[in-house]
Design a protein around this ligand. Sequence first.
Ligand code: ARG
Length: 563
Amino acid sequence: MTDIKQIISSLIEKEINIDVYDYIKEIEDSSKGDYAFPCFSLSKEMHKSPVDIANELVEKIKDERIDKIESVNGYLNFFINREYLAKFVLSEYDNDKENYGKEKHDETVLIEYSSPNVCKPFHIGHMRTTLIGHALYNIFKYMGYNTISINHLGDYGTQFGKLIEGYRLWGSEYDLSTDSMDKLVEIYVRINDLCANDESVLERCRENFRKLEDKDPECVALYEQFKELSLKEFKKTYDMLGIHFDSIRGEASYVDSIDEVINMLEAKNKLQISEGATIVDLTDEGINAPCIVKKSDGSSIYASRDLAAILYRARTYDFDKCIYVTGYEQDLHFKQVFAVAKYLDLDKKYVDGLEHVSYGLYSLKEGKMSTRKGNFIKLEDVINESISRAKEVILEKNPELEDIDETAKKVGIGAVIFSDLYNSRIKDEVFDLDTMLNFQGETSPYIQYMYVRIQSILKKTNDEVLLNNVSYDKLTDDLSYALIKTIYSYNSVLNEVINKKEPYLLSRYLIKLANEYSSFYSNNKVLDDNDEIRKTRLYLISMVGEILKSGMNLLGIEMPNKM
Ligand code: ARG
């Protein structure tokens, strides 16, 4: 994609022969110009004050694509010719509408997200990783990276020893053919209570886990059954959210390759024994806590399964980037794992490509979520509640609407996703359904509503929406120009999301576009009697609609056609 910054920087470079592209910034307030070039960085090299440099350059640069340049306190402010920018953006868009803003890259990017734990409820603790990860996956993919989504299922751990014990004790009380997860969780809560009071039960649970590791047929069969029931349940949530994984590969699948990890570390002399456990000291890496790679009883551990997964992923995908989306409570874990990865027989490229994308946590008003204590909210329930609230609103406002259920689903699910992706991922948040499902203000239903209004205008007319019918001189007013500039920045916003791994930048962008559309619409008649104006505006609003839809789809949200 040609880029306006490129045009401006080459005009400056023609005069001074210094690469200035990276210094050129967009100006927020269009009345001050579109792009600014601060001359301060040149001052040393050119032995002149920034103000003098700006004053000289302003005299020299002339180009028909620039209407005006102002020199203000060492800054050069460029006013792009509005007709030129309109033509530039619209032709680029028209060229390949579905792919506007896209790029092509050779890198392979793995995005690991969601990774819930088998036999535990899919609660809102896993909501953020699922939604942030999915949005990043969509955006990387859209931007032309070879992108692969991975679900690192938590299907290994001592909890299965407990569950097996609980199932033996009380399994006959439960019919697992319906609501299986709720029942498994109930069994899990019950057995935990029992373990807390009776050491001998806890010992039996440990024994079950050891037997499971030794592939005891009864334990394995129960475990497989639990796992299958969980996956079925997870799939229900994923289907509602339109999420699929290119690879679902649980932690258990890495257990057999732990030895290889241990051998590599051994060969590099990195292993130590501490209180019976095998550890890697990381003080040289600036990390105070050692990484435990094997427990004292010889069983594998979370970190070593992650190390084995890195080897597997490097070999299977030859990745350039491997991104992990989890809560920040795992910051230390990933620091340790990435540090130990340096000691594996692994090309530096892979180690450099590891990246932990962490996010703040949801807490409940009642305190920390805990499966063991039964204190959690299931994601499925949040989604269903949102859909039913959306349905109520639609029934009230537009009872005649066809496909109310379909629309309620898109609106309800959109509200949940958008509110989760509306703030920087770093922030901790108290989970509040009412805030999340608020349909007023800067929300997904608002954007969907703007989109639907655009579609209804487009349906009202018999005019064909064609670039050939656009009169660029009708797009130079402030409100049209604002829309065009915002649409032009779609590509750079997507790149920023990728650089910062922050989907909220796209959410905010879409709100901005929807707001600008709303001002445009309240001040302009789209279906004007004047042919040129009408056809031009139709093209503009259809383009706005398509970008709103494209962006929302990237966040994981579907657009209704009516609401
Ligand atoms: N299953 C883990 C949990 O629920 C998250 C897994 C994160 N990914 C990883 N490669 N360790 O906390």
